[in-house]
Design a protein around this ligand. Sequence first.
Ligand SMILES: Nc1nc2c(ncn2[C@@H]2O[C@H](COP(=O)(O)OP(=O)(O)OP(=O)(O)O)[C@@H](O)[C@H]2O)c(=O)[nH]1
Ligand SMILES: [Mg+2]
Length: 194
Amino acid sequence: MAAPGGWRPDADLPEVAFSGRSNVGKSSLLNSLVRRRSLARVSNTPGRTREVNFFRVNEAFVLVDLPGYGYSRQSKAQRALWRPLVEGYLRSAVQLRGVVQLLDVRRDPTPEDVDALDLMADVGVPVLLVVTKTDKLTRAAAERRVTEIAALLSVEQDAIVPVSSETGAGREELAQAIVALVNQPSWRSGDSGE
Ligand SMILES: Nc1nc2c(ncn2[C@@H]2O[C@H](COP(=O)(O)OP(=O)(O)OP(=O)(O)O)[C@@H](O)[C@H]2O)c(=O)[nH]1
Ligand SMILES: [Mg+2]
């Protein structure tokens, strides 16, 4: 899906979307989960993923790779497209069950991260918080950073799943959390008249 309201595949299976800053590792995490090296395109250049990309897994659910935000060298036009594209997707995806929101273990959440979380809260979609690239730090340092990030976001530390797409750490726990999201009824089913 390249433009707000643009073409997207039929929503016949539950969907879970991956959100986060450019270069945080969304496409890498998606590949790690499905144990494929290059299903979603990974790059050292931030801003690689510019469309909403849909990956059907085992005819059971769909993982959705969202374009990243907060990349300073992004063009104004690209930047202006992010919000309508992502918000349009989130609001219209009838089968959306949850969003995996990624944060880099080495960085404090940015104002853009908080904006993205506010958008998810406004849409009402359940969010799974994931801290990634934990392989970049020692185990003890990574644990400290998770505590700090949880405090900055005012969430419980155990609401955050630490992962590394490089080593596969946290993969099993995240996969189980995603399966639980997929199997739960849509939060939208409470809406009246729909
Ligand atoms: N060490 C380490 N590197 C990672 C990890 N995850 C991703 N990377 C690297 O980070 C860079 C960006 O990864 P991507 O998966 O393309 O990031 P993205 O969030 O999809 O970026 P956009 O598509 O630009 O929004 C690549 O060089 C990856 O190899 C990780 O867990 N550990
Ligand atoms: Mg990407």
